[in-house]
Design a binder for this molecule. Sequence first.
Ligand code: S3P
Length: 170
Amino acid sequence: MHYNHTIVLVGPMGAGKSTIGRLLATELGLNFFDSDREIEARCGANIPWIFDKEGEEGFRKRETQTIAELLEAPDNIVMATGGGAILKPENRDIIGKYSTVIYLHTTVAQQLQRTAKDKNRPLLQTENPEAVLKALFEVRDPLYREAADIIVNTDRQSPKSVVRTIMKKL
Ligand code: S3P
């Protein structure tokens, strides 16, 4: 199948955006981009370094720039976004303008499991990552829902089965 539109995956840390995005892109014959990895490539440093040196605000500026650049390029793509990309109205506008938006929904328990050993997420390097994930979910879940054309639950499902569900809904 060749899907003739750009797809953007939104949702919290540990929802499976990168894994599922990559599989989905293969299935659709499109190139896959992960906005976090593209930010790192453009900056020549990893996300913890950017948060440390430039703060979350510096990271968010880079994120907005990178997302716009990827979406304004002429090719249709599949793009996974960072969990906080939904926060800025300008990101929401550009994502909505250029893409079919898929919200990968999952529980905080599952997010915790999937992110437990990951040192690359500065927001979770705290005593109580569960409380952080819960607080972020409260704020962001309504924004993901509002932006989404399609909502898919990834809780206790294999990436392959999530991709099959998405393919049926496209
Ligand atoms: C963030 C999520 C991360 C990354 C950064 C901030 C967030 O992306 O962009 O650490 O604010 O939720 P993933 O959702 O891919 O982990």
